[in-house]
Design a binder for this molecule. Structure first.
Ligand code: PEP
Length: 244
């Protein structure tokens, strides 16, 4: 169960969040919990979860280790802040910051190189769904991005299916729509990496997940977890999603 805070919260607000959130999920052993705050809060978040099972992730990662890349944050910097995960290819990065399948692959490889678990996002836009191209888009994103990983690398990633039309809009994909998309992605994994990889990999659903819809989504065997944006900002609300 992963939370993406997007561009919200200061370090002080981060500490306050975990003071409330941590006791609410202390006994939640059925899943892994990851919170992805802005870069500036990674150290505060990692300090606040120290000694618990909660993990911290970045929302992006540079493809290089270091260098003349103004505004970028590298894998070693993220790891040194105490984070263990990194979201890659979020639709807001693709939409507003020119992220492409090629850069998604490079960032994913960098995360793996520096010991971070990448949560790699794919998903179609509304016009692509309405024109019947959902599966073609997912296949293309998979083939041009993720499929560049070796088998060993692939075994360490998590995929998040996030239909762009459902992110931050209050429109959740029906459990059936989400499950269909997850099946299409798993089919690609099967063809490229084989049955064991397809069976053991985790695909999260993301897009307006809330405390009141998490249960029906998680009831789909195809959905292994959720990536939550807006509803992960509130400690009580996100704890109730974790403890669905
Ligand atoms: C997200 O930011 O990844 C996301 C799914 O956002 P929301 O839950 O707000 O739709």
């Amino acid at each position: 169960m992963a939370g993406n805070w997007k561009m919200y919260k200061t370090p002080a607000e981060t500490t306050a969040f975990f003071e409330k959130f941590r006791p609410l999920v202390e006994k939640s052993e059925h899943c892994e919990v990851v919170i992805c705050p802005p870069f500036t809060n990674l150290a505060a978040a990692a300090g606040a979860v120290n000694g618990s099972a909660i993990r911290i992730g970045a929302q992006n990662i540079a493809w290089a280790k270091e260098g003349a890349f103004t505004g970028e944050i590298s894998g070693p910097m993220i790891a040194a802040s105490g984070a263990t995960h990194a979201i890659v290819g979020h639709s807001e990065r693709r939409q507003y910051f020119g992220e492409t399948d090629e850069t998604v692959l490079k960032r994913t490889q960098a995360a793996l190189e520096f010991g971070l678990t990448p949560i790699v996002c794919v998903g179609e836009r509304l016009e692509e769904r309405e024109s019947g191209n959902t599966e073609a888009v997912l296949v293309s994103q998979f083939q041009k991005g993720i499929a560049g990983l070796t088998e060993q690398q692939f075994a360490k990633i998590v995929i998040a299916y996030e239909p762009v039309w459902a992110i931050g809009t209050g429109k959740t994909a029906t459990p059936e729509i989400a499950a269909d998309a997850h099946r299409a992605i798993r089919g690609q994994v099967l063809a490229k990496y084989g049955k064991q990889a397809a069976d053991s990999m985790r695909i999260l659903y993301g897009g307006s997940v809330k405390p009141d819809n998490v249960k029906i989504l998680m009831a789909q065997p195809e959905i292994d977890g959720v990536l939550v944006g807006g509803a992960a900002l509130d400690p009580v609300g996100f704890a109730s999603i974790v403890n669905f």
